[in-house]
Design a protein around this ligand. Sequence first.
Ligand SMILES: Cc1ncc(C[n+]2csc(CCOP(=O)(O)OP(=O)(O)O)c2C)c(N)n1
Length: 343
Amino acid sequence: MSPKATKTQASVSRDKGEPAATALLEMYYYLCLARAVDERMWALQRSGKAAFVISGQGHEGAQVGAVYALDRALDWLVPFYRSIAAVLMKGMPPAEIFLIQLGKDTDPSSGGRQMPGHYGHARHKILSTSSPVATQCLHAAGIAYAAKVRGTGEVCLTAMGEGATSEGDFHEALNFAGVHRLPVIFVVENNGFAISVPQKKQMAVDNVSARAAGYGMPGVTVDGSHVLEVYAAARQAVARARGGEGPTLLEVKVPRLTAHSSDDRQERYRTAEDLAHARAQDPVHVFAAELRERGVLTPEGEQEIRARIQREVDLGTEIAEAAPLPDPATALRYVYFEPDAER
Ligand SMILES: Cc1ncc(C[n+]2csc(CCOP(=O)(O)OP(=O)(O)O)c2C)c(N)n1
């Protein structure tokens, strides 16, 4: 581990790698918070207040497990449009997610310029979400290269879907990261579909992780319904990156619980059996059952978490709804260079 790496998660025993009860409950809190924020995003869209939703429902286990392995203050996140749990964990409160979704002036990612789902936050080291899929892989490799050159000890984690791995940018980024042994983790949240295109029409391999071999890095596949399985794999990848051993391709198989976006109807290309199978793999339910079995999650504890989340999501919605829209006179700001513009 680099001497410049700062704190680790306090409640995790780094020796045994077994999260303590407080850590497990924090993971569960983020899983449930992300789900509740996501559901509110759909409510805002369906009630005509937001133009668009792109959801992370089903992906929460992958994101919580992976981001929990980072040093959240030191490390970088280069997200994609489904990274709701990930950006919450990196420090964005629900209000900021809703400000982004409603395109408000105080949206921290772009001041209302970007589409919903384009998360970014300079202070929390979240790079702006890039619309063309897979370009984030190059951005992440660039950040990791800078970290290596500067010797900062930072690790960069980027996320994408399996469809993104068919893009040239993905392969160029992995090649560069492999050659230069960069401290970067490529997390593929494989939900089996690129909009309506199933994985088997996207690639001739069963596991995206197979692609890692071509770039001289480990490729690992884990089950995203099991948060601790993801966390264990991500911890190894972070240790490897921080220790100067280079990148990892971490594929996390996740269920996609909603349509691709609010502009899609998945019933047109998914069978009822497939949808029922996805629901049975819901990481929120799977993790809750696991925590109950371990005696970590009690009915009272669960009620407390749910009530706290309800308050946070309601408050976040109120703040975002009350916030002003950007002034139309500023629409071209940040498009062209303006030497005298206010920043
Ligand atoms: C370069 C590029 N091509 C096409 C699109 C349109 N598009 C947006 S999301 C998406 C599907 C990506 O699928 P996948 O990477 O599997 O992620 P998922 O949405 O399933 O999580 C596509 C084709 C885009 N944004 N950028």
